[in-house]
Design a protein around this ligand. Structure first.
Ligand SMILES: Cc1cc2nc3c(=O)[nH]c(=O)nc-3n(C[C@H](O)[C@H](O)[C@H](O)COP(=O)(O)OP(=O)(O)OC[C@H]3O[C@@H](n4cnc5c(N)ncnc54)[C@H](O)[C@@H]3O)c2cc1C
Length: 394
C-alpha cells in the first residue's frame, strides 16, 4: 500500500493518521477535509466555547510539532464528491482527483435540520466551529429568549450553557423522558431534572408544530415555536438538537453499502478490504448487530483496529469499544460506560440521585454491564474498570 486517503479531517481522521504512522505505514497520507480547519475538538462547542471561556485555538486536537511528525498532506476546505473503487480514486469538489490504494472513511455526520427552518435567521444547530460561533454571536444579541428543540446530550448542554449566559431557556422534547433511549426512563428522568433544578423550563411529550417568524427576505427571523398542543413559545434564538445524519452521500454509486452509516464488519472493514470506516460514520458489526456510536472515545479508539485491518488487507482484529462517554450540564459531570438496554436492572450503588451525586449500575442477569454516574468520577472510574474487565472476558 503506497497511498492512503483519509476522508474527514476531524477526530477519527486524525487518529487514523496517527495510527497509520504508529503502525509503521511510511507511504503517502492524504487527508481530505470539507471544513477549512485542522482537526479540532467538538465537545467544547456546546460548553466552554459557546460560553466564551475558551478560544478556537484551544480546541486544536494536535500541535504543530505532532502534525509535522505525521507528515501527512492536508487538503482542507474541499469535499470528497465521489469514490471510484475500480479506479481507486476520489474526486474532490475542487475538481482534483486523489488516487489512493487504501481509504479511511471518517466523514462523521451533520446536524439534522428541522424541516421548514431553512434560511430562517435565529435558528441554529451545533455541529461545527462555525455553527457554534454563529450561535454565540446570536446569543449575545438575544433579548427574548432561547428555545432548545431536543433534550438529548447536545440539546441539554446547549440549554445549560445558555442558562449560564443568563438567557431564559425552554427545552422542548418530543419523547416523555429525555435520554430514556440511552439511559432508561429512571436515569433519563434524573437527567431531565437537572433542567428544572436550575429553573430551565422543560416541556416533554410534545412535538414542535412549526416555527413562527417575522420580517421579510434576508431579514426574516424566528420569533417563536408553536407546539403541537397549541402552546406558543416566544424566542429570538432557537437551537435544534434533534440528532445527526451520517455523511455518506458522497459514497453513492461507489458500491459500498451505506445504511445509516457505512456498513462494515466487526473490524470496521467494508466489503472492500481496501476501505475502512471509523468514528461517527462507521456502522460496524457489534455483538448487538450493526452499531454506530456518536461519542468522542469511540472516534478516538476505533481507528486502531480499523487501520490494523486496512494495513493487513483483511480483518485480523475486531473492534472492542470501551463504550465510554461523558457530558457536562449545569456544572454536573455525567459519565456513562457500557451499552445499557431497556430490560437492564438499574441499581444505585452509591450516593443519592436526589443530591445529584451518585453512581448506578446497569445489571443484566445480575452482572454489571454499564455504569452511569453524576458528579462521582472517582467511583465511576473504579466501576468502569470492572465493567470493562467483564465485557473483555465475554
Ligand atoms: C457540540 C458537540 C458536543 C459534543 N460533546 C460530546 C461529549 O461531551 N462527549 C462525547 O463523548 N462526545 C461528544 N460529542 C461527539 C464527538 O465530538 C463526536 O463523536 C466526534 O466528533 C466524532 O468524530 P468523527 O471524526 O467521527 O466525526 P466528525 O467530528 O463529525 O468529523 C467528520 C469530518 O468530516 C468532514 N466531512 C464530511 N463529509 C466530507 C466529505 N465528503 N469530504 C471531506 N470531508 C468531509 C466534516 O466536515 C468533518 O470535519 C459532541 C459533538 C458535538 C457536535
Amino acid at each position: 500500500m503506497r497511498t492512503v486517503a483519509v476522508v474527514g479531517a476531524s477526530l477519527a481522521g486524525l487518529r487514523s493518521v496517527e495510527e497509520l504512522r504508529s503502525q509503521g505505514f511510511d507511504g503517502r497520507i492524504a487527508v481530505l477535509g470539507e471544513e477549512p480547519y485542522m482537526p479540532y475538538d467538538r465537545p467544547p462547542l456546546s460548553k466552554a466555547y459557546l460560553q466564551g471561556t475558551c478560544t478556537p485555538e484551544s480546541l486544536s486536537l494536535a500541535d504543530n510539532s505532532d502534525l509535522e511528525e505525521l507528515a501527512a498532506e492536508w487538503h482542507l476546505g474541499v469535499r470528497a464528491e465521489s469514490l471510484d473503487l475500480a479506479a481507486k480514486s476520489i474526486r474532490l469538489s475542487s475538481g482534483e482527483e486523489i488516487a489512493a490504494d487504501g481509504i479511511v472513511i471518517a466523514t462523521g455526520g451533520r446536524a439534522r435540520a428541522l424541516p421548514g427552518s431553512e434560511g430562517l435567521s435565529g435558528v441554529h444547530t451545533v455541529r461545527t466551529l462555525d455553527d457554534a460561533a454563529a450561535l454565540r454571536t446570536d446569543l449575545e444579541n438575544s433579548s427574548v429568549g432561547v428555545v432548545v428543540i431536543g433534550a438529548g446530550w447536545i440539546g441539554a448542554e446547549v440549554a445549560s450553557t445558555c442558562h449560564a449566559l443568563g438567557r431564559p431557556v425552554t427545552v422542548v422534547e418530543a419523547s416523555p423522558t429525555p435520554l430514556a433511549r440511552v439511559l432508561g426512563p429512571t436515569m433519563g428522568g434524573i437527567c431531565a431534572a437537572l433542567h428544572t433544578d436550575h429553573g430551565v423550563a422543560l416541556r416533554t411529550g410534545v412535538g414542535v408544530q412549526s416555527l413562527t417568524s417575522g420580517g421579510f427576505g434576508p431579514w426574516k427571523r424566528v420569533s417563536g415555536v408553536d407546539l403541537a398542543d397549541g402552546t406558543h413559545l416566544p424566542a429570538d434564538v432557537v437551537v435544534v438538537g434533534i440528532g445527526m445524519v451520517p455523511n455518506t452521500e458522497w459514497l453513492a454509486g461507489s458500491g459500498l453499502n451505506t445504511d445509516n452509516g457505512v456498513l462494515c464488519d466487526a473490524g470496521c472493514v467494508t466489503e472492500n478490504p481496501a476501505v475502512v470506516a471509523v468514528g461517527d460514520v462507521a456502522r460496524y458489526q457489534s455483538p448487538d448487530g450493526p452499531t454506530r456510536h456518536e461519542h468522542w472515545t469511540n472516534a478516538s479508539e476505533q481507528p486502531a483496529a480499523a487501520v490494523r485491518n486496512l494495513l493487513a488487507g483483511t480483518t485480523i482484529e475486531e473492534y472492542r469499544p470501551s463504550g465510554y462517554f461523558w457530558s457536562n450540564q449545569y456544572g454536573t459531570r455525567l459519565q456513562v460506560v457500557g451499552h445499557p438496554q431497556d430490560a437492564d436492572e438499574v441499581v444505585v450503588v452509591d450516593g443519592s440521585p436526589d443530591d445529584r451525586v451518585f453512581a448506578a449500575e446497569f445489571r443484566r442477569q445480575g452482572e454489571p454491564v454499564g455504569v452511569f454516574a453524576m458528579n462521582n468520577p472517582k467511583l465511576f472510574g473504579r466501576l468502569r474498570r470492572q465493567v470493562r474487565a467483564r465485557v473483555a472476558s465475554v
